[in-house]
Design a protein around this ligand. Structure first.
Ligand SMILES: [Zn+2]
Length: 157
């Protein structure tokens, strides 16, 4: 889209029109009319290109608006969670639902790699000491087990 070329072409057309109105020499008048016709055709071509570009851009606006709404929804969803480390073996990071006033939700953890990739994998407890993601199988043992009591030291209690 070249609006500058369109404006220039229209300006030249306008100037030629003024010259034609004031020209008395028939030969010069004929040449000016021919030039004016060419400039009008140029301006029409450029106007068509500008309109085509505008129409094309207008078709993209609803798509972009929907994408913005989608990104806003994703950002709002991410705000509901906070990165946290769970367990007492190594570093196993999860996203934990924030305790937000006025908002209800069952306490749960999301898989950190999946959530960072835009997917919501709620971690499940496959074993009393093991959490894993049903989407990517990312998981970890969380607690040292006391062999005498076979109980973890407090996580999930
Ligand atoms: Zn996952």
């Amino acid at each position: 889209m070249d609006i500058t070329a369109l404006v220039s072409s229209l300006s030249t057309t306008f100037e030629l029109g003024k010259l034609i109105v004031n020209e008395r020499d028939t030969n010069k008048l004929s040449a000016l009319q021919s030039e004016l016709s060419e400039k009008i055709i140029d301006a029409q071509t450029q106007l068509s290109q500008v309109l085509g570009t505008v129409i094309d851009q207008q078709r993209h606006i609803p798509v972009l608006e929907e994408r913005i709404r989608e990104l806003e929804r994703e950002a709002a969803e991410k705000e509901r969670y906070v990165l946290d480390r769970v367990g007492n073996i190594g570093d196993f990071f999860v996203y934990r639902l924030r305790a937000t006033a006025g908002e209800e939700g069952v306490d749960h953890f999301l898989c950190q790699p999946c959530f960072d990739a835009g997917k919501k994998g709620v971690l499940v407890r496959n074993h009393i000491h093991y959490l894993s993601c049903p989407l990517c199988n990312h998981g970890a043992y969380l607690e040292e087990i006391d062999p005498d009591t076979r109980t973890p030291s407090g996580f999930w209690s």
